[in-house]
Design a binder for this molecule. Structure first.
Ligand code: FAD
Ligand code: SF4
Length: 429
């Protein structure tokens, strides 16, 4: 699968950056959850100084190649740009992407040698939250080891968001850059099973960060949900990734050529599932959503992409029952403005959200979670859980959101961890 959206050429990116007004009160920056200094990097790009542009970005972000591609720019920086009202907003995401991609080819910026300041941190999970905490703490001079359950770091960036939106190479080179800061990655390790948090402390870690996201997909409580042919969106996306890597055969991908597919839900995961089903050569793909289009949670760019891929949308269609014959899915019964209807299908994909797994909190005493399983954290030091020295951030705390929100929280937690470690040193602990 090729990347859908083409990046800027050198001429295009300079021309786009030159359109920036360098506003004294830049609304674009207010719209960016991590307050990237957008006018400053636009200015550097307008002069062709990509090294300087990258240095500006590095002050705020460890993941520019990723944010440049998958952030909902239309509601953040670009949506707030003063030129957006006239429909001429600066394409900030594409500029950021160009800078990061250019750096990957030219290796513009060597990180300064980092002086170690003492203190060892274990980071659990290598999605945007874990990578951000690891990068920020390594830059400060702490020793950081990241434990990841999968065979490669990246989290949802690698095993969720599909190749046509975020090429795997881009994720790999981002994690490589973080490794170059001195961060050690230990993969194929499930914390809670292979090692516990108590053992990490015994092994000499001074603090632990939990950035494990939301691994459990939610299901629907309707008759027939266990029927063969009903599957979770995250399972489909993961199997397609494994197939593209040559780790599983085509027949193990749960969408076959010619399948008639229904996707239940209308968030970003649903859009990725329906667009992936099209690329796996499903003959027809329909999204069934219980509310109207105004309530859809998917980013506009994703929705537009699904429409141009040929996905059909059925609004106000609430699933009632999986219809089957001889144990196999034949359709989805829904209540709709026209009464009860059955939409024919051979596969039904569920994409209605996810929540954290309990593997870590069930093997560590003293980490409180709320009634839905999300980890409870404090303001001081920022991100500490109810267990001293154990911090958490990203989706496992604030519920499934976006890459940049996971990063924003993780940055604050990295500061909280650093304050905790320095206080420990002062107390001689
Ligand atoms: C299909 C899909 C598409 C999305 N599209 C977008 C988008 O376009 N734009 C956007 O901004 N956001 C998007 N999101 C949301 C975004 O990806 C998440 O908000 C973000 O990845 C959360 O980051 P995180 O680091 O908290 O968790 P995750 O990315 O989920 O990372 C958690 C990591 O922890 C690991 N882990 C879990 N338990 C353990 C354990 N016990 N031991 C060791 N490792 C463990 C997991 O394997 C994983 O690598 C999408 C999400 C999905 C699922
Ligand atoms: S608001 Fe738009 S024009 Fe103004 S500094 Fe930001 S990107 Fe440039």
């Amino acid at each position: 699968m090729e990347e859908d959206e083409k990046g800027f050429t050198l001429e295009e990116v300079i021309a786009e950056a030159r359109r920036c007004l360098n506003c004294p009160k830049p609304l674009c920056r207010t719209g960016c959850p991590i307050e990237n200094d957008i006018p400053a990097f636009n200015h550097a790009v307008s002069l062709g100084n990509f090294g300087e542009a990258l240095s500006v970005i590095n002050l705020r972000s460890n993941l520019p190649a990723i944010c440049g591609r998958v952030c909902p720019h239309e509601t953040q920086c670009e949506g707030h740009c003063v030129l957006a009202k006239a429909g001429k907003g600066i394409k900030i995401g594409k500029i950021e992407r160009f800078i990061a991609d250019f750096d990957a080819e030219a290796n513009l910026n060597r990180e300064k040698k980092i002086e170690k300041i003492g203190g060892k941190v274990a980071v659990i999970g290598s999605g945007p939250a874990g990578l951000t905490v690891a990068g920020d703490l390594a830059r400060k001079g702490y020793d950081v080891v990241v434990y990841e359950n999968e065979s490669e770091p990246g989290g949802v960036l690698l095993y969720g968001i599909p190749e046509f939106r975020l090429p795997k190479d881009v994720v790999r080179r981002t994690t490589k850059k973080i490794a170059e800061l001195g961060v050690q990655f230990v993969t194929n390790t499930m914390v809670g099973t292979d090692i516990t948090i108590d053992e990490m402390f015994k092994n000499g870690f001074d603090a632990v960060f939990i950035g494990t996201g939301t691994a459990l997909s939610k299901s629907l409580d309707i008759p027939g949900i266990e029927t063969a042919g009903v599957l979770q969106a995250n399972y489909l996306l993961r199997m397609v990734r494994l197939y593209q890597d040559g780790n599983v055969e085509r027949n193990e991908v749960p969408i076959n050529e010619g399948d008639n597919v229904i996707v239940i839900g209308a968030g970003n995961v649903a859009m990725d599932a329906c667009r992936t089903a099209i690329r796996m050569k499903a003959s027809k793909v329909t999204v069934a959503y219980r509310k109207t289009v105004e309530f859809m949670k998917a980013a506009k760019a994703e929705f537009d992409g699904a429409i141009s891929d040929g996905v059909d949308f059925k609004w106000e269609h609430a699933p009632l029952e999986i219809v089957s014959e001889n144990g196999k899915v034949t359709g989805l019964k829904c209540s709709s403005p026209d009464g009860e209807v059955v939409i024919p299908a051979t596969k039904i994909i569920i994409a209605i959200g996810s929540k954290p797994a309990a593997g870590i909190v069930s093997t560590t005493q003293g980490i409180d979670v709320d009634e839905a399983g999300f980890v409870v954290t404090k303001e001081k030091p920022y991100g500490m859980t109810t267990l001293r020295g154990v911090f958490a951030g990203g989706d496992v705390v604030h519920k499934p959101a976006t890459v940049v929100l996971a990063m924003r929280e993780a940055k604050k937690v990295a500061t909280g961890i650093s304050q905790f470690l320095e206080a420990k040193k002062l107390l001689g602990e």
